[in-house]
Design a protein around this ligand. Structure first.
Ligand code: NAP
Ligand code: HSE
Length: 430
């Protein structure tokens, strides 16, 4: 006779993502049984506020005691969509200790404690799946963890935050003010509970750390990622980018240096319209991978929002259930190397530098001499007028060492004919 013991699942969190996980779980339960080999039963949902209206969710499943739920002892899969470091970390470690597999969408937690969680799961012989932690619905963790594990990845470049991509696109295409678009992104369920994580680049940096750890088989943490958000991006930057046939995107870039260290950063970047990432708009995300044998690959799709993220979460739930039914589990991480992190000043990129100068003979030559003095080669220089009567110089460099560009800016700031407020941004693509 067929063993019909159900796979017992608990859900921690029923917010933007969790509420959609619960809804789709119920809608698809017959399919999930066929796909995993046993019925999947949602036996509890932990939330903070028991009084909140939660359409479609059976109140009898709700509890505000998540620890009680994960330590019941009979749970097969714990789905963590609370977010943040605590209590999520303690709950996941307790779940693993009690023999449950874990599915999480929590990039902030994995970028900080991924190695600890993977080790604990390995010791308990359970799964940790986290497809939704990077780029919402897009399958990218599994391709890196499994499909590309026979290749050698050299660089990963991504638009991995839907909120900021939505804001930048609205500012670029519709001239909408930054604050108004952020409110809209929050209403649409793209933004983190504290949207500072999105607009200051912390969310993208956490995702970059997770991608780099998998791609380069070495543990990378949030604190290893050099980070800038989009709050300083102005209409002027967007117009200057358009003038160069580029758009401004918040790019996460992870690259292996020639010496084998990992260069990793999240920065607003001017990217050529010819690059495939330039056309990724709204809350869409995309990850562009360069590898030794497969060459270039791009993964794109919805990067944020309840239902798309629930798709990735439930893919993991069914996979973990299949493993459970077959009595097996998969490794969470693949960090068997210890690579260094390239120091920020050694990072290499092309740069856009914009400065206001006196509109006088000899100024351009003086500015060019400062770049040359620091060994920074210029690719293009454009001069325009500024409303103040000064001249606006927009310079694009060839690939340069970050430390040399920073020194160049410091030198330029000493020139009496260069005015305060020098702007600098990275440039990618043709
Ligand atoms: P959210 O809307 O703020 O939902 C958080 C949920 O967790 C709420 O239901 C909340 O309960 C519950 N919660 C918070 N603290 C709790 C506690 N101490 N005990 C029990 N329950 C608690 O967050 P979200 O947008 O769904 O994001 C959840 C996770 O998914 C985060 O890690 C986020 O980074 C990740 N993620 C989000 C998206 C997205 O598009 N939103 C996409 C990919 C990944 P109440 O309902 O009672 O307040
Ligand atoms: N706040 C995140 C974003 C959610 O905007 O991309 C998806 O991780």
């Amino acid at each position: 006779m067929r063993d019909v013991k159900p796979v017992k699942v608990v859900l921690l969190g029923a917010g933007t993502v969790g509420s959609q996980v619960a809804r789709v779980f119920l809608e698809q339960s017959a399919e999930f049984e066929s796909r995993s080999g046993r019925p999947l039963e949602l036996v509890g949902i932990a939330v903070r506020d028991l009084e909140k209206e939660r359409p479609g969710i059976d109140k009898a499943l709700l509890t505000n005691d998540p620890m009680g739920l994960v330590t019941r002892g009979d749970i097969d899969i714990v789905v963590e969509v609370i977010g943040g470091l605590e209590p999520a970390r303690g709950l996941i470690l307790a779940a693993v200790k009690h023999g449950a597999s874990v599915v999480t969408a929590n990039k902030a937690l994995l970028a900080e404690y991924g190695d600890v969680i993977f080790r604990a799961a390995e010791a308990s012989g359970v799964d940790v799946y986290y497809e939704a932690a990077v780029a919402g619905a897009i399958p990218i963790i599994r391709p890196l963890r499994e499909s590309l594990v026979g290749d050698e990845i050299t660089a990963v470049t991504g638009i991995v935050n839907g909120t900021t991509n939505y804001i930048l696109e609205q500012m670029t295409s519709h001239g909408v003010a930054y604050g108004d678009v952020l409110l809209e992104a929050q209403k649409l369920g793209y933004a983190e509970a504290d949207p500072t994580a999105d607009v200051e680049g912390f969310d993208a940096a956490a995702k970059a750390a997770i991608l780099a750890s998998l791609a380069f088989h070495s543990q990378v943490r949030l604190t290893d990622v050099s980070r800038e958000g989009i709050t300083s991006v102005t209409d002027g930057d967007i117009a200057a980018a358009a003038d160069m046939d580029c758009v401004v995107k918040l790019l996460a870039r992870c690259e292996l240096s020639e010496s084998g260290t990992i260069s990793i950063g999240v920065h607003p970047t001017m990217i050529s319209n010819k690059h495939p990432l330039a056309g990724i708009n709204g809350a869409q995300n995309a990850i562009f991978i360069e590898s030794r044998y497969a060459g270039e690959l791009m993964f794109m799709g919805p990067g944020a929002g309840g239902a798309p993220t629930a798709s990735a979460v439930l893919g993991d739930v069914v996979t973990a259930a299949r493993n459970r039914v077959r009595g097996t589990f998969a490794p969470g991480g693949s960090a068997y190397l210890t690579r260094g992190i390239t120091p920020a000043q050694e990072e290499r990129s092309r740069y856009f530098v914009s400065l206001l100068v006196d509109d006088e003979p000899g100024v351009l030559a003086q500015v060019a001499a400062v770049f040359a003095g620091r060994g920074v080669s210029l690719q293009a220089v454009r001069q325009g007028e500024d409303a103040s009567g000064l001249a606006r110089l927009n310079v694009v460099t060839h690939v340069a060492r970050n430390g040399d560009v920073v020194q160049t800016i410091a030198d330029l700031e000493q020139l009496s004919r260069v005015h305060a407020g020098i702007k600098i941004m990275r440039v990618e693509g043709a």
